[in-house]
Ligand binder design. Structure first.
Ligand code: NOJ
Ligand code: CA
Length: 702
């Protein structure tokens, strides 16, 4: 410990400073922590001797507390430890996960206030996690956060893959630019999703992926976001320093804490190889172990849905166009005129069940089955849905019996339209209804402004609700896939019935004007760091006007790229999102969707470059079969794919679904070529990926 002399006005004070270093298990990362001269905690991070985070401040500003938890700290205690364990996820990219880190916990006291906090650092081989802890004590009981002041000082003008900071939505296309260009490009980056409120034109969301000019891949995110507000990052352009910016509540406060409490983990991943970012389990390892005793009812799901026809505008969720507005319980739907486009009707649903059953799917989602869609976005949305009243043409009992006879589980849909209080009022009866009719999973949704007004999708209040819905679902043995909820931060480890989230720009945007062709080469580096996405791949008809003449959207992807997504976008929940009649036109390509596994023993990240390409190989759980996916950005690309991860001495047959020579995401998206080949672990495959294309390979032992 060194002693530094500091001047405060005329008085000379002796301030205890303190410095400590911590290394990662492989010694490649080094963390420095110290208190600066005014007792402000600061940290820095090096990777292989190169600075990744320059000296950056830590602290929290409190409401009605002049001192705040910012400075005037002295080190009361510090301890280091090592942790190394291997655990088994209920489902995942691999059947065993190692969690290995060195830890430094520093207890910091503000002597005048007679209170203390702990800052805990965990250094893994792939990166750093740290959090604030507020132990139970007399002089820090309840407190309100005005702002968290965690800094991440960048050491250069890195290239960033970013979406605008927002309190309510992550459904943006990514912009790739230098950090210094963010504010200039900000308004353009809002395109297509300008309805939500942004906090600053230099604000971005996490998980934020960056690449330095020296070829370092750096990722900033958070883990275990619970009972706290989401962290956006605001860039100080002059110093290239990111500063945490929490999501406010309706009156502008950013968090209400009662000790004992902890903040989420703030994470920095770094590597000189992009595949290490994809392979990292650090985010999961910073979450608590599984809290559910019985997990036998939690299963990965491959599903279809009465869905894409509504998203494209071919059909509707609502039953009638008659009504200017609907009040639940006061509308007799059987007296209204059906609009003839209501997809969730018994006969139509049965056709989907037949198709899904014939091709070996587990489940079928049906949206628009329940009353209220005529005004789901409107003024009365706080009482428009009760989640238990089907439209007159949806016979829930008949559909359930029919699905059961065909070995298909029905997937429930709860669109809350952001009316969280209404959902909580109805939650028990809604889950009981699901138990009664054999629904084992629910897709929930939070479209539009949160009710009560002024709350945000990413504020502490809504975040508490999202977890409450998952915990309560577990009581009823129900799996949850929440759309428009907060982006995941690894909570699936603690609550493995959280099997999916959207919380990013999913396939639906391909029918709302299209997404950038390289979008899917970025998502695994950003949104997927925190957990799986219900991306809803598998679109084979790219010209949306064929479904709805009024919709000119084009799906910016080739069919081979759509197939690859089942491997590159890891999720225990995979949808075949297109209509049965479109699959019927390409049954040979559809075979890959039928075959591909949804739970894995091993995953190998073969090559990757954010924005350009990703190639992943995964071994199906409990089987010797492998599946490989490659997604490609806009530059056509050749891959020399070594298969050395296959088991030595075995012979396999590979079925390769590749872009045809003249394939292109825009001009020729349906051109693919299927071939088969005998292979061993000594084989190398040479493959071409078109612009917006890719390839998918299934490998079976012979
Ligand atoms: C938005 C969701 O992302 C989409 O999947 C769903 O169909 C609609 N909301 C309606 O709930
Ligand atoms: Ca959505």
């Amino acid at each position: 410990m060194k002693t530094i002399l500091a001047f405060f006005g005329l008085i000379v004070l002796t301030v205890n400073s303190y410095g400590q270093n911590l290394s990662s298990p492989n010694s490649e990362l080094e963390l420095n922590f110290e208190l600066n001269s005014d007792g402000t905690p600061v940290y820095a991070l090096q990777y292989k001797g190169e600075e990744v985070i320059a000296e950056s401040k830590l602290g929290l500003e409190l409401v009605d507390d002049d001192k705040s938890l910012m400075d005037g700290f002295e080190v009361k205690d510090s301890s280091t430890s090592t942790f190394d364990e291997t655990w088994k996820p209920v489902w995942g990219e691999q059947s065993e996960i190692r969690s290995h880190y060195n830890e430094l916990a520093v207890t910091l006291e503000q002597p005048e206030q007679d209170r203390y906090i702990i800052i805990r650092f965990r250094l893994f081989d792939e990166g750093l996690g740290f959090r604030y802890e507020f132990p139970q004590q007399d002089n820090l009981v309840y407190f309100v956060i005005k702002e968290e002041h965690t800094e991440f000082a960048m050491t250069g003008d890195h290239t960033a893959f970013w979406i605008p900071g927002d309190y309510d939505s992550q459904e943006y296309d990514y912009t790739t630019s230098k950090l210094s260009e963010i504010s200039g490009l900000f308004d353009d980056a809002l395109t297509g999703n300008a309805s939500q409120e942004q906090f600053a034109k230099t604000g971005v969301q996490t998980s934020l992926m960056m690449k330095s000019d020296n070829g370092l891949y750096i990722n900033l995110h958070e883990a275990a976001l619970k009972d706290y507000s989401l962290m956006n990052l605001n860039l100080d352009e002059s110093s290239l320093t990111f500063k945490s910016w929490l999501t406010p509540d309706a009156i502008g406060n950013k968090g209400y804490l009662q000790a004992p409490a902890v903040s989420p983990w703030r994470t920095v991943m770094v590597s000189d190889d992009a595949t290490n970012i994809l392979a990292s389990n650090m985010n999961l390892n910073l979450n608590e172990p599984n809290k559910l005793e019985d997990t036998s009812w939690i299963k990965p799901i491959k599903y279809m849905g009465v869905w894409w026809e509504m998203i494209t505008g071919k059909s509707t969720w609502n039953y009638t166009d008659d009504l200017p507005s609907v009040k639940l319980g006061e509308t007799d739907y059987s007296k209204t005129t059906p609009n003839g486009k209501h997809a969730a009707n018994t006969e139509h649903v049965k056709k989907y069940i037949d198709f899904a059953s014939k091709h070996g799917f587990d489940a079928l989602l049906v949206e628009g089955w329940n009353e209220g869609w005529e005004d789901w976005f409107g003024k009365s949305k706080d009482y428009v849905f009760d989640f238990v009243t089907p439209y007159p043409d949806f016979d829930v009992e008949e559909i359930h019996d029919y699905a059961a006879s065909k070995n298909i589980e029905m997937m429930m849909h709860h669109e809350t339209s952001g009316a969280i209080r209404n959902y909580e009022r109805h939650m028990d009866t809604a889950y009981q209804f699901m138990n009664k009719y054999g629904y084992t999973s629910v897709k929930s949704g939070y479209v539009g402004d949160i009710i009560p007004r002024g709350e945000r999708h990413y504020g502490q209040w809504a975040i508490n609700h999202f977890l409450y819905a998952v915990q309560k679902a577990a009581d009823y043995k129900i799996m949850v896939n929440a759309h428009e909820a907060v982006r995941p931060t690894g909570l699936r480890r603690t609550y493995p019935n959280l099997i999916g989230n959207e919380s990013a720009r999913g396939t639906e945007f391909q029918a709302f004007g299209g997404s950038k062709p390289n979008h899917v080469t970025i998502l695994p580096f950003t949104r997927l760091i925190g957990g799986p996405m219900d991306y809803t791949p598998g679109i084979f008809e790219m010209d949306i006007s064929k479904l709805n003449p009024d919709n000119n959207s084009h799906v910016n992807s080739t069919i081979a790229n759509q197939l690859a997504l089942y491997v590159t976008m890891y999720s225990p929940l995979q949808m075949a999102a297109d209509l049965p009649e479109h699959y019927e036109q390409f049954m040979d390509a559809f075979q890959f969707i039928k075959d591909v596994a949804i739970d894995w023993d091993e995953s190998h990240y073969i090559e990757a470059e954010p924005g350009e390409y990703i190639t992943v190989a995964r071994k199906a759980k409990g089987s010797s079969s492998w599946f490989i996916g490659n997604v490609n950005g806009t530059t056509p690309r050749k891959t020399k794919l070594k298969l050395d991860f296959l088991e030595k001495g075995k012979t396999y047959e590979a079925t390769i679904y590749a872009d045809a020579k003249d394939a292109h995401y825009k001009t020729n998206p349906q051109a693919y070529k299927i071939s088969t080949k005998k292979i061993t672990n000594k084989s190398t495959l040479r493959l071409n990926s078109a612009a917006g294309g890719g390839f998918a390979i299934s490998i079976v032992e012979k």
